[in-house]
Ligand binder design. Structure first.
Ligand SMILES: N[C@@H](CCC(=O)N[C@@H](CS)C(=O)NCC(=O)O)C(=O)O
Length: 217
């Protein structure tokens, strides 16, 4: 039986890769697992039925037989553990790839989310103009550190892994701000992720929800 994930019925970015079901779709595509999608409205996400699956009333979720998961990181990790293709076999390499997943979610994503939150919710507040550069600088610190570590490498640690999938997914959130342009190796790293056929299939499938056109891949 195919796994079922949840995704936005109506997404703020109209299905252009930012909602976090994209990470899960991408992981499933990388490991070649078909999946079903259940679309949920903002109202339905807050209903008890959905909260049974996701206590915080959000997407994505993941159902596979008796198993119900929430949190995109946990879901991608589960997929990567169950299927070959996203985590190396060597134990130490595997541990390092998992470390990069946590780094993406715990160290790099929080300041990026801060930027999105203040833009969305605090744009009309008197402190916004003062706060904005502080938040942007915190992102630049992380991008500078990440850029230094990546250097000229294709991936964060050896071959492409769930760590890269998560890091690229997080960095993509910065594309509209153009901050990534300041770090050419990170821009190229994100572009390499986006060029992967599995990413393209996932992107097309997410976009198709909003265009009504069937995915081409
Ligand atoms: N840490 C969670 C965050 C989930 C999250 O913020 N989901 C967003 C969509 S990308 C959502 O459901 N937003 C609607 C809401 O919070 O009401 C994860 O990685 O899955």
């Amino acid at each position: 039986m195919n796994a079922t994930i949840t995704a936005f019925e109506r997404s703020p970015d109209r299905g252009r890769g930012l909602a976090r079901d994209m990470r899960v779709r991408w992981a499933l595509e990388e490991v070649g697992q078909p999946y079903e999608v259940r679309l949920v409205s903002f109202a339905a996400m807050k209903e008890p039925a959905h909260r049974t699956l996701h206590p915080f009333g959000q997407i994505p979720t993941y159902e596979e037989g008796d198993l119900g998961l929430f949190e995109s990181g946990a879901i991608v990790f589960h997929i990567a553990e169950r299927h070959a293709g996203l985590l190396p076999n060597d134990a130490n390499s595997r541990a390092r790839a998992i470390t990069w997943m946590f780094a993406a979610l715990n160290t790099v994503e929080p300041p990026i989310l801060d930027l999105q939150t203040i833009r969305l919710l605090e744009g009309d507040k008197p402190w916004y103009q003062q706060r904005l550069p502080l938040v942007e600088d915190r992102i630049r610190v992380r991008l500078g550190e990440l850029s230094a570590r990546l250097g000229d490498a294709e991936c964060l640690d050896g071959a492409f892994s769930a760590g890269d999938l998560m890091m690229v997914s997080v960095l993509i959130r910065l594309k509209a701000s153009r901050m990534l342009d300041e770090y050419p190796n990170l821009s190229a790293y994100v572009a390499r992720g986006e060029a992967r056929p599995a990413y393209q299939r996932a992107f097309d499938a997410q976009l198709a929800v909003f265009t009504g056109q069937p995915p081409t891949g």
